[in-house]
Design a protein around this ligand. Sequence first.
Ligand SMILES: [Zn+2]
Ligand SMILES: [Zn+2]
Length: 347
Amino acid sequence: MGSMQQLTFVEAKKLEWREVNKPQLESGIDAIVKPIAVARCDLDYFIAVGKYRTPGPFAIGHEMSAVVTEVGDGVSDFQPGDRVIVPFQISCGVCINCQRGWTNACSEVSALAAYGLGTHPNGEYGGALSDYVRVPFADHMLVRLPDTLSAEAACGLSDNVADGFRTVSEGLRRFPGEPVLIVGGLAQSVGLYAVHAAVALGSRRVVYADFDSARLAMAEAAGAKTIQIDYAKTPVVEEEFLITVDASALASGLSFAMRSTSPCGYCTGVSGGTNAMTELPLNAAYLRGITYDVSRVHGRAVLPQVLAHACSGHLNPLAIVGRSTSFNEAAEAMFDPAPKVIFSREE
Ligand SMILES: [Zn+2]
Ligand SMILES: [Zn+2]
């Protein structure tokens, strides 16, 4: 069977490398891959520091590029040696939800089935900061990594990059070229990727609000006009937008985004907040007829679009990376406050 090293979230503020069983092919349509580049998701930081309460122990890390090392008899599109992107959510590609593009709600696996985010009724899928990972439904799940894109640039494409992208793509499809407001905060890289995506998708004016000066500087470098705001002080709305995004994960930030949405505008949220119940300015939304779209990203479904933008150079996932380091440093670097940390190792 063999064993391998796996970065394990034990409890708040405690990550350690543990020796665990190497994953095996469990079906003919599985593949085994070796992760070579991993991006720290915004959520990983909050899991590590203990602000997102998920009981350990479990394998941590879920945004990855990898090399295929083994495939089942029923896998036809991939073979050992292929460089791939592995979507973080598990999806089959065949069920009605997957066919509709709702790959975060695949009916073949348990709810929220994903790498690196804890256990599920049908087991744990392992984590990206491991020597090997099993990929079910490999022909559907895996996406080939083009030679023109580095493993580091590609590893976050199915999650935080896709999440930032989809927060503005639907609004800009409805209202092409319109200005966009992005309310940044705790979903720190998602908000910044939303800025990059809004610029790439042709918004004529991107405004980024945040309380954090480092993220404001990154948004400005990406082409946004920035406003420094203390959400806790109920900021006054000075401009309205047809397209708004809440990436703050704070009730006060969500309220600011919704109150800043023009009549009949489109507001997208990337978080359910940090509490079970979050207050919404629902009356303001009702009176203005605002559409509020809140969900987890459909990582596999959005991946081909963001991959195309990354390959064409319209969207650079590495633009906001504060630290690039090796897998060996991951147990410590998970706690780095930089908006984006990337881990890599040799193929
Ligand atoms: Zn994530
Ligand atoms: Zn499915």
